[in-house]
Design a protein around this ligand. Structure first.
Ligand SMILES: [Mg+2]
Length: 411
């Protein structure tokens, strides 16, 4: 497949920075003299959803087998990247849909011609423009990718990393936890955990796979993972498979293995179950990757008594919404660890959020084998000494490899 048209406009030559069409102006005594309002507006000129897919997609609960990228261009030549963790074709339709009536639009209709700096207003306008068919789930997923791309543009336009625009930096790096699917056997779980620790990870999470089929096997797998992980932090993601009583039984049986958290033991709609579970066990309960928008997270934090909330920035409403969720969680004395099982675009967004929030320090680092995850960025993030550095380049601080996009693009 030939390189896409946008790849020919290679802003890597300028770092994707805002061209100096509006030079800074300073008056006497150094006060800033703003340019005329009309001159100071940037306009969105293109909103492009791009679907990537591996040639063979399996039933494994591995979101790196396909992807929906959102690329937004402006009249100043600045572009931004976002990413959506959803059903790519469904989310793309929400971006591309023509106007149906006054409050039933596709997102592109809302965005074209608008100033990306009106990012709060754009979020609310997208929400209002889709309110009959949106409000939660896939519409918020699609909005998340758009919002991420807009923050990338804002950073590039101001020559600032996104975390500075989000309010500053509590930290310059995040502690990475290795995140993988649980293998089928205890021996494999032990070996994998040992390998990740030897690579420098100080935290490891196993999830989904065989977990939830048999309580005895789950306990055996968790014990093996602890044996391999040593004193590293160990987390287990049950993948929504338990009833409340099952979760209580297993949590008590593995108490001696000192899990750092048990993730999504119950289906996401079992709010009452989460509240009952939290009152019965000592292990931290983590949940939230299935939720979208701050309203859902408010319910999860207030009503379910969970210990760690896990919004996915590519599903929960982008950085604009997830920052609000983080503040709400902090007010409730709940920690936030963003869910992230996609590519380096989402990883970058997570790093900027983690830098800008007080109540978070861990970042999920997927080790899925997909080349979409592994190769999409020209400079993939590296784990050094168990940590990943927060990008300091303008915007999200990443660049997408056009050859990889061309290779896996299906729409
Ligand atoms: Mg999970």
């Amino acid at each position: 497949m030939p390189s896409p048209a946008w790849a020919l406009n290679d802003n890597r030559l300028t770092g994707g920075l805002r061209p100096p069409t509006i030079p800074p102006r300073f008056g006497r005594l150094g006060e800033v003299v703003c340019p005329p309002v009309a001159e100071n507006k940037m306009r969105i000129t293109k909103v492009e959803p791009i679907i990537l897919r591996l040639p063979h997609v399996t039933e494994a609960v591995d979101g790196t087998q396909d992807d929906l990228l959102i690329r937004i261009e402006t009249d100043e030549g600045i572009y931004g990247w976002g990413e959506v963790d959803s059903s790519p074709e469904v989310a793309r339709a929400i971006v591309e849909a023509p106007t149906s009536h006054g409050i039933a639009h596709g997102l592109r209709q809302v965005l074209l011609g608008r100033d990306p700096f009106d990012i709060e207003q754009l979020w609310r306008d997208m929400y209002r423009a889709t309110i009959y068919y949106g409000r939660e789930a896939v519409v918020i997923h699609a909005m998340s990718g758009v919002d991420m791309a807009l923050w990338d543009i804002l950073g590039k336009a101001t020559c600032k990393p996104v975390h500075k625009l989000l309010g500053g930096s509590y930290r310059s790096k995040a502690c990475a936890y290795a995140s993988v699917l649980m293998p089928e056997t205890a021996a494999e779980a032990q070996r994998m955990a040992r390998d990740y620790v030897s690579q420098g990870f100080t935290a490891v999470k196993f999830g989904w796979g065989p977990l939830g089929r048999d309580e005895g096997l789950d306990v055996e797998l968790i014990a093996a993972a602890r044996s391999g992980a040593g004193c590293a932090r160990l987390m287990i993601d049950i993948g929504q498979q338990y009833t409340v009583k099952q979760a209580i039984r297993v949590a008590k049986r593995v108490e001696k293995h000192k899990l750092y958290w048990m993730e999504e033991p119950l289906p996401p709609d079992d709010f009452d179950g989460y509240r009952r579970l939290a009152g019965e066990v000592t292990v931290n309960i983590a949940a939230g990757e299935a939720e979208s928008s701050r309203r859902a997270f408010r319910r999860l934090i207030q009503d379910c008594c969970i210990d760690i909330v896990q919004p996915d920035i590519s599903r929960a409403g982008g950085l604009t919404e997830t920052r609000k969720i983080g503040t709400f969680a902090d007010d409730a004395n709940v920690r936030l660890v963003p869910h992230a099982f996609k590519t380096g675009i989402l990883l970058a967004a997570c790093l900027h959020l983690i830098a800008a929030l007080p109540n978070t320090e861990l970042i999920e680092f997927s080790l899925a084998d997909s080349p979409i995850r592994r190769d999409l960025l020209t400079e993939p993030f590296q784990v050094v000494g168990g940590h990943v550095e927060v990008p300091e380049k303008p915007g999200l601080g990443i660049e997408v490899n056009p050859e990889v996009v061309a290779k896996y693009r299906v729409a």
